[in-house]
Write a protein that binds this ligand. Structure first.
Ligand code: F6P
Length: 240
């Protein structure tokens, strides 16, 4: 596979980034996109704010989220299902919204179910954030580029980074279900957002480093249609 140049858009801050991403959602929708891959975390919050204010109507669309913590019920305020309800779905409902079910009784069956969801609904546009260690979804460094949905043990750095959403670091779940990189790479188009200086190294490795499983996001160099939206702080290590 050849390495393709990513389309990189540098914006002033996360508000400008969210506005730009929401515009790209709208033009994808206008061109016929109906299946949207969605992300959680702090990064996409502004994108959802702009989508909520936009005239986009997702009622004939499908959403498929990247990941969910193992063990959390959908009603748990720290679950990604709850996050999606509060940030987007309550205001802009989709015809159908899929997330891995954190409290599924049988993890192996849950993983299979989610792979079928993705296979039955090919993703037109996938929104991604990036972890400080280069993870996408919960695909941590070292994850195979071929993986589909799987249960993953979170690294200490991800647990520490996500502890800010929990009362105590020990409450952060140790496992998550995540769409695999193999599935993410099948999305027709991808928007990856990163804001803040603590993402600058990950962005540098993703854009200018080698394609290596040590930086999961580096595989995006081989995807034909990736737009990276970064603020000035996250772009500081990129060549001008
Ligand atoms: O946007 P944040 O909160 O910095 O998180 C970055 C990434 O980490 C995750 O929250 C998983 O840890 C991803 O869903 C997200 O893209």
């Amino acid at each position: 596979m050849e390495v393709i140049k990513m389309n990189i858009i540098v914006v002033k801050d996360s508000l400008a980034g969210g506005r730009k991403a929401s515009e790209l959602f709208y033009s994808a929708y206008a061109s016929g996109a109906r299946v949207f891959g969605l992300a959680t975390g702090s990064t996409p919050v502004t994108t959802y704010q702009y989508l909520v204010k936009s005239k986009i109507d997702f009622s004939n669309c499908i959403s498929i989220n990247l990941d969910e913590y193992v063990g959390l019920k959908p009603t748990n305020e720290q679950s990604y299902r709850y996050y999606m309800e509060k940030n987007l779905f309550e205001f802009k409902p989709f015809k159908q919204s899929y997330l891995p079910q954190g409290d599924a009784a049988d993890p192996a069956k849950e993983v299979e179910r989610y792979d079928r969801v993705i296979a039955d609904n090919p993703i037109d546009l996938q929104l991604l954030g990036i972890g400080r260690n280069g993870h996408i979804g919960f695909n941590e460094p070292g994850s195979s580029f071929d993986l589909t949905t799987h249960k993953v043990a979170l690294t200490p750095s991800t647990i520490e980074a996500n502890a800010r959403f929990f009362e105590d670091e020990k409450d952060v779940p140790k496992y998550a279900y995540s769409m695999g990189i193999g599935s993410i790479m099948k999305s027709k188009s991808i928007i990856l957002e990163a804001f803040g200086e603590d993402k600058a190294n990950a962005i540098y490795d993703m854009v200018e480093g080698d394609v290596t499983e040590q930086c999961p996001a580096s595989i995006l160099q081989k995807h034909p249609n990736v737009t990276v939206i970064v603020d000035e702080a996250a772009a500081t290590r990129l060549k001008k």
